[in-house]
Design a protein around this ligand. Structure first.
Ligand SMILES: [Zn+2]
Length: 431
């Protein structure tokens, strides 16, 4: 009994010590890192506004990437542009607008990677990627200051074309090009209408079906034709019958891209495109197979020949790593963002970020720049992306990333917990 009491007391004491450690002020190195960020915020804000004003679309972010490369070079990073990526994934300028910056520490150790986005939309920086770029730049500035006394290395990867490139976009091309090789943990931020560590992005894969039939006069001799449009329609019906038996998070949405030329001819060619999504990659793949089977059934049922080829790229779902989220959350707390300020999202979509997070433990920190309910890609959100309040949050996000990256470089136990958690999270996929 006594032993048990002692054990309980010991646990309480340990919990108290841990709590004290948790609210402990930053270490000397962390203070240096934060001070370096404070020193750079003025300049980074100018950089953010310039990128905001450039508002370059995906694969055309030449000025934005040149500016970021210049700033990283000034910070002491070794910067490489013109990155090699697989030829069939290079559309226009990915290779030109992507970049990689590296800085080595004082000896061997882990590699932390920061991702920067900087592409705009037709209505300007309505997704606020100028703040993603510059919160990352601030984190890079903080880490640059302490790396001479820190093991490991830092990668800063400029990942263009997020908006247009949800399939085969910047990150996918850079991953396949091997530019993330050696990363231990990857960080990115994104501005939003809330603070959140919700990591959910849906896995997504597209299916393009072509049905080839035989034309004939639709009134005089329909019996001599094979209706390709029926193949498409039957596929849709079959997919709709599936829905009853799919998990709630599975999303299937399709369009008819070709349905015939004129009404008095039996359509000889019809095409449809579907997108299939789910919260985890295995579930998405499972539903996807069923969609393809629907098209095969339609081929059999109509006699129209089906043409289908697996797409070159599919997006994986993001993998959440609890230990990594915990580290970022603890650092946010020291920066004044409290638990009740965090909120998950009600609506979910897909991103090329999923591909990175499937390969390496990755965290995306959502930081609040606009009132709750403000939609990404709206004009209101665009204004928030160049506002003073938005900037204040970007600074906090940059600091939280820098501190968390520093924790991964200097605390092997924390890094191991992240790596173990990553394996566990992936093993749970589809279950
Ligand atoms: Zn975005």
């Amino acid at each position: 009994m006594k032993r048990k009491n002692c054990c309980v007391l010991g646990r309480i004491l340990l919990a108290l010590i841990l709590t004290a450690l948790w609210i402990a002020p930053a270490s000397a190195d962390e203070k240096t890192l934060l001070a370096a960020i404070d020193e750079h915020t003025g300049n980074c804000k100018v950089v953010s506004q310039k990128i905001f004003d450039y508002k370059e679309l995906g694969q055309q972010e030449f000025k934005s990437s040149a500016l970021l490369k210049e700033e990283l070079t000034k910070l002491g990073y070794k910067v490489t542009g013109d990155l090699k990526v697989p030829a069939d994934l290079v559309k226009d300028g990915i290779a030109k607008t992507a970049f990689k910056a590296e800085m080595a520490g004082n000896g061997p150790g882990p590699t932390v990677t920061l991702m920067l986005e900087y592409d705009a939309l037709a209505n300007g920086h309505a997704c606020g990627h100028n703040l993603i770029a510059t919160s990352g730049l601030m984190a890079a500035a903080g880490l640059a200051k302490v790396m001479k006394d820190t093991p490991g290395r830092v990668f800063v990867i400029g990942t263009p074309d997020e908006e247009r490139g949800s399939l085969g976009g910047g990150k996918v091309a850079l991953l396949e090009g091997g530019h993330f090789d050696g990363s231990d943990v990857v960080f990115i931020t994104h501005d939003a209408d809330r603070w959140s560590l919700d990591q959910r992005f849906l896995a997504m894969k597209r299916a393009n079906f072509t049905f080839k039939g035989k034309s004939a006069h639709a009134a005089a001799a329909p019996h001599k034709g094979i209706n390709a449009l029926r193949g498409v329609l039957l596929t849709f019906n079959c997919v709709d019958n599936l829905r009853e038996h799919l998990r709630q998070d599975v999303r299937i949405h399709g369009i008819v891209t070709k349905g015939g030329a004129v009404v008095n001819v039996v359509p000889e060619l019809a095409q449809a495109e579907f997108a299939c999504r789910a919260l985890d990659t295995a579930t998405m793949e499972n539903a996807y197979t069923k969609i393809v089977n629907c098209a095969k059934a339609a081929e059999l049922g109509t006699g129209a020949t089906l043409e289908f080829k697996e797409p070159r790229v599919a997006l994986k779902a993001t993998v959440a790593v609890p230990a990594l989220l915990g580290t970022v959350r603890d650092n946010l707390k020291t920066l004044g963002i409290t638990d009740n300020q965090f909120k998950d999202f009600e609506e979910l979509a897909s991103s090329d970020l999923g591909m990175v997070s499937y390969s390496y433990p990755t965290v995306n920190l959502w930081f609040k720049i606009a009132r709750e309910g403000t939609a990404l890609h709206s004009d209101e959100f665009r204004e928030a992306a160049s506002s003073d309040d938005g900037w204040k949050s970007a600074v906090i996000a940059g600091k939280a990333v820098a501190l968390s990256a520093y924790n991964m470089l200097t605390n092997p136990a924390k890094l191991k917990a992240v790596q173990d958690g990553f394996k566990e999270a992936k093993a749970k996929e589809g279950k």
